[in-house]
Design a protein around this ligand. Structure first.
Ligand code: GAP
Length: 442
């Protein structure tokens, strides 16, 4: 399948099957914003949950946080965002369209109207969304929607370190919305103006920065491959010095091979002591750490793996999508679309399907559904042929289907059909929860 086709198919499947809808759809959409539908919200929650599990739950050296989106404007002065979080922007004098100066074609022609040499001088455009806090709209009430979750972590460093009695190396993890007034959003949920980040700031003694930077690059690559991204579609790219953000002394991007080429999934940055030093300077608070064992005071250095929940969700979707020729019960061949999602990410874990709408089968299905619902997200589907219902579940990545047939009424067993192999196995209803638990990892 051509790569551009793959993207079209994903966008189409996402809309058709309730994964992702264009935002404000009934009004014709709204500028590259997207809404996660009933299955999409489950998928993205599972991505975030997998991240949280590996970054917080499974580690003794990382704790969580959920900071406010609106923060004191001084935070953004200290962080450097007010001065330096900008993109160079030009206007076409002919068609009035705006472009990023660093993304213009070499020909010098306007990408929209084709006029050559029609651009204004580049000027810096700050990507932060501004708003006003309170009833008065004046300079004193300006606030910003956070452009990254990281600053909420830095300003809480001392609160967390003291209340949780932590000693570097330790980390603080956070998942939440961020906002950037991107000039050129696009590629579905890859680049949007409102998105979700999964960021962790790992505070370390200065001399250990390089060691932990390498450690987190490896850890983060493994997280993606462990959840189903093929290693040959993933790479770690070290930034050139000219690419480094204002705070970074070293950054590597985890990149994924999207249909349009390599694109950033996550950045792992060695931020040095930039953030804590700046916040100490602007707030007047001491953010250094005193190591009693070494009788040494220092400002911790920070290693930051910063991932995007939407980009990761898209990468998992693209990696999982497959079409294959299969033989139907009638001996014909047809194309089966399957999302081979890792079961941990699949929106629905188990579908319960009575063979038909028969009045004896439907109540047994309902009874099984009630028994499974406390454990997993399940779906009950009664309409259409059983073959079509299997296809519908394959298309949204449901790992297991439980079919209730007429034999069930006799032997209290069900048929379980596995998504990828389509292999079937008969299991007693009494053993069903234990059987599924063995096959649906957390
Ligand atoms: N605190 C560091 C930081 O924010 P970043 O590389 O600008 O670093 C981290 O952002 C991740 O957030 C990116 O790798 C990407 O996955 C996600 N991200 C950034 N901008 C985004 C956007 N406009 N739309 C969707 N995701 C975005």
């Amino acid at each position: 399948m051509a790569k551009t086709d793959l993207m079209d198919r994903i966008v189409n499947l996402a809309k058709r099957r309730g994964l992702v809808f264009p935002s404000s759809d009934i009004y014709g959409g709204f500028r590259s914003t997207w809404d996660y539908g009933p299955l999409g919200v489950l998928l993205k929650r599972n991505v975030k949950e997998a991240w949280w599990r590996s970054m917080v739950q499974m580690r003794e050296d990382i704790v969580g946080l959920d900071a406010a989106i609106l923060m004191a404007p001084r935070v953004w002065e200290a962080s450097g965002h007010i001065d330096t979080f900008t993109d160079p922007l030009v206007d076409c004098k002919q068609c009035k369209e705006r472009f990023r100066a660093d993304q213009l074609p070499e020909s010098g022609a306007c990408p929209k109207c084709g006029t050559k040499g029609s651009f204004t001088e580049a000027r810096q455009f700050n990507l932060m969304f501004k708003t006003f806090v309170g009833p008065v709209e004046d300079a004193a009430s300006i606030a910003y929607l956070r452009p990254e979750t990281a600053q909420g972590i830095f300003v809480n460093y001392a609160n967390v370190q003291t209340t949780m009695r932590r000693k570097p190396p330790f980390g603080i993890a956070q998942v939440g919305k961020s906002f950037r007034n991107e000039i050129t959003p696009g590629n579905f949920v890859y680049r949007t103006r409102e998105f979700e980040q999964m960021e962790m700031e790992f505070f370390v003694p200065p001399e250990d920065g390089e060691k932990w930077f390498k450690y987190w690059c490896d850890e983060r690559m493994s997280w993606y491959t462990d959840l189903g991204i093929a290693p040959d579609t993933l790479r770690l790219r070290q930034h050139e010095t000219s690419e480094l953000s204002h705070y970074s002394s070293g950054t590597a991007d985890v990149e994924f091979m999207y249909p349009w080429g390599w694109g950033e999934l996550e950045g792992v940055a060695n931020r040095g002591d930039y953030d804590l030093r700046k916040h100490a300077e602007f707030s007047g608070q001491d953010l250094s750490y005193f190591d009693q064992e070494k009788d040494l005071r220092y400002v911790p250095h920070v290693i930051e793996p910063a991932a995007g929940a939407d980009r990761a969700t898209l990468a998992f979707l693209l990696s999982a999508y497959s079409e294959e020729e299969v033989e139907t019960a009638a001996g014909k061949t047809e194309t089966r679309t399957v999302l081979r999602l890792d079961p941990r990410l699949a929106p629905i874990k188990v579908a319960v399907l009575p063979l038909s709408k028969n009045e004896q089968l439907v109540p047994v299905s309902a009874e099984i559904a009630s028994a499974l619902r406390p454990h997993w997200m399940i779906d009950v589907d009664v309409s259409g042929s059983i073959g079509r219902r299997y296809r519908r579940q394959d298309e949204v990545g449901t790992p297991l289907c439980v079919t209730v047939d007429f034999e069930t009424l006799e032997d209290r067993c069900v048929t379980i059909r596995e998504r990828d192999s389509m292999a079937q196995e008969r299991v007693a209803i009494a053993d069903l929860v234990a059987w599924l638990r063995d096959r649906l990892p957390l």
